[in-house]
Design a protein around this ligand. Sequence first.
Ligand code: OGA
Ligand code: MN
Length: 203
Amino acid sequence: MEALQELIASLVERNWAVTEQFLPQEILSALYAGARSRWEQGNMRPAGTGRGRDFAVREEIRGDHICWIDPQHPCNAAESAYVQAMEALRVLLNRELFLSLVDFEAHYAVYPPGAFYRRHVDCFRTDDRRMLSTVLYLNPGWNARNGGQLRLHHPDGCWTDILPRMGTFVIFCSDAVPHEVLPASTWRFSLTAWLRRRGLLPF
Ligand code: OGA
Ligand code: MN
């Protein structure tokens, strides 16, 4: 709990935060195995950009493959532990920051070697529900030579690079932090989720 309190304090201060203490090692290893087997069995699809009529696959913008999870029906014990941890975070954020986050949506993602995601923010023009973006990385033994950094762009023009190492969990404001994924030399696995409020726009 202490780690989550610190995470929230730093999120408030600078719009983003990172912790290594989101889930224990055995859960992370099981999530990694699950993500890999989804990929190996052909259960991940090229990710698109946009929503509704704007939706399209554009590899020159993003080259990852994804598989949505159903938070109501986790596929295994590790996924269930992840959903519970995200729920606990949602409730704590509501309590500490007086937010009204109602749910989250989440998917596994894999970036094959050379794939990237150009600079963007995580909001749709037609759907303003996403408030906070989170990514849990699942890659054991990752180092800077593998690339694949998440680059967060700050208002002063500086940036922060985060390596997608197993267990690293990052959270940032969906509409306020432009970010990109740099190409990696090997397969890069993660679980991405967006904590959402009730929508204000019609859709
Ligand atoms: C995204 C995204 C970042 C990452 O899926 O919108 O920005 O590090 N992912 O995988
Ligand atoms: Mn994003």
